[in-house]
Design a protein around this ligand. Structure first.
Ligand SMILES: [Fe+2]
Length: 271
């Protein structure tokens, strides 16, 4: 897994410098470009090239099609505004710069409005193949690719609307758990076994090599009540849907209809 990124102070200073710009951003502004260094572009090139190779055999075809639509290259870190313009054209989703992890209620509420919070800094070069925190590689190659497809983008919106609808922390937490097991770590069946579409897995070189060793369960919302996860490790439990339609029926259907009472019933049934 590697150590936590950001071990050296020069890296932290650089990350904070890029992150600080996000706090000044107001929706509707052009997202300011970041002048990435050659070393930062080299990290992107190293990781994006290897991810692209792995995606051919490990990523779901629906993800591959979406990534091709987005059309991000492997040579240089793309500027966020360029990615945002492309997404806006494809699915109407927009990007908003973020300084780091955004609290889930706020992050998801923005999804309901069609805005995805995205960091702009890149991971520490000492741990290129894994990052415990979101960085521009995770946001663009993971989430940006999915948001280029209208069916995946709709699932993000539905998750956002679900969070807007509920009031209790327990309900928000459970919606966040379903989000984790689908949008971040979800798998789809294929003729050669489960393949990844979840942003966290398709943006992690290490986890793409290992996810098939996890316990892979059939996608089932009620089953997730008792499932646990740790975002700082490779996942031990994952959920695979038969197809994108199955994912839409199960996860999309859940987010579309859930409320505090129905989630409360689900949680109570598991006690
Ligand atoms: Fe993510």
């Amino acid at each position: 897994m590697g150590s936590l990124p950001g071990g050296d102070s020069a890296y932290l200073r650089r990350r904070d410098e890029i992150a600080a710009r996000a706090s000044a951003y107001i929706r509707g502004d052009v997202i300011p470009d970041v002048e990435y260094t050659d070393a930062e572009h080299a990290i992107w090139r190293l990781v994006a090239t290897r991810l692209r190779e792995q995606h051919r055999s490990q990523a779901a075809p629906e993800y591959l099609d979406a990534a091709e639509q987005l059309g991000v290259g492997v040579e240089l870190i793309p500027q966020l505004q360029v990615v945002a313009d492309r997404l806006d054209t494809l699915t109407g989703f927009r990007l908003q710069p973020a300084g780091g992890v955004v609290p889930f209620r706020h992050f998801c509420g923005s999804l309901a409005d069609g805005y995805f919070h995205s960091t702009q800094y890149i991971r520490d070069g000492s741990t290129p193949f894994y990052s415990t925190e979101p960085d521009v590689l995770h946001e663009v190659i993971g989430h940006g690719s999915a948001l280029a497809d209208s069916r995946f983008a709709n699932l993000y919106r539905l998750a956002g609307e679900a969070v807007r609808r509920v009031e209790t922390e327990a309900a928000v937490e459970f919606i966040s758990k379903v989000f984790w097991f689908t949008i971040e770590c979800g798998l789809l069946d294929s003729s050669d076994g489960p393949r990844a579409y979840g942003a966290s897995i398709v943006s992690s070189y290490g986890e793409l090599d290992q996810f098939r060793s996890a316990e892979i369960r059939r996608l089932d919302i009620a089953d997730m009540v008792g499932a646990s996860y740790d975002i700082t490790r490779y996942q031990e439990t994952l959920y695979s849907a038969h197809s994108l339609t199955h994912l839409e029926d199960v996860a999309g259907g859940f987010w579309e209809s859930c409320d505090d009472a129905s989630i409360g019933d689900l949680l109570a049934a598991a006690e």
